[in-house]
Design a protein around this ligand. Sequence first.
Ligand code: THU
Length: 134
Amino acid sequence: MLPVDQTLFAAAEAIRAKAYAPYSRFHVGAAILADDGNIYAGCNIENAAYPQGNCAEASAIAAMIAGGGRRITRIYVTGPGKEPVTPCGGCRQRIREFADLDVAVISHGVEGEPLVSTLGELLPHSFGPEHLKK
Ligand code: THU
C-alpha cells in the first residue's frame, strides 16, 4: 500500500469509528486528500427518516469545503466486511463535482483487500460542471 493510502486508510478508519448508523449498523468512513494538502474525513450519519441520512463521502466532501479544500486528489472509503465498499451512485456523482476523472477512488472492506479504481471507471459517460459551461 502506498504511504499516502496508509494515511488515508487510518483517517477513514478513525472517523468510521464515529459513524452514526443505528439502523443499518453499516459503519462507513471516507478520507479525502485535497488540493490544499490536507486530509478531510467523514462518516455516515443516518436518520430515523431514512432518506435524510448522509453517506460518509458526502460528509467528507462537506468537511473539505468547510475546511477550505476545493478539489479531491484522492479518496479512500472504508467499511465492514471483505468486499470493497464502493461509493453509491449518488456519491460517485458527488465526487465527480470535485475530482478529475483520473482521480483514484480506493474502496475497502477492511477484512479484505482494497480496490483501486479511477472515478472515470466508476462513473463512465458522466455529467459534470463543464457541461453547464457550454
Ligand atoms: N454508505 C456510505 O456511507 N457510503 C457508501 O459508499 C455506501 C453506503 C452508508 C449509507 C448508509 O448509512 C449505510 O452505508 C448503509 O447503506
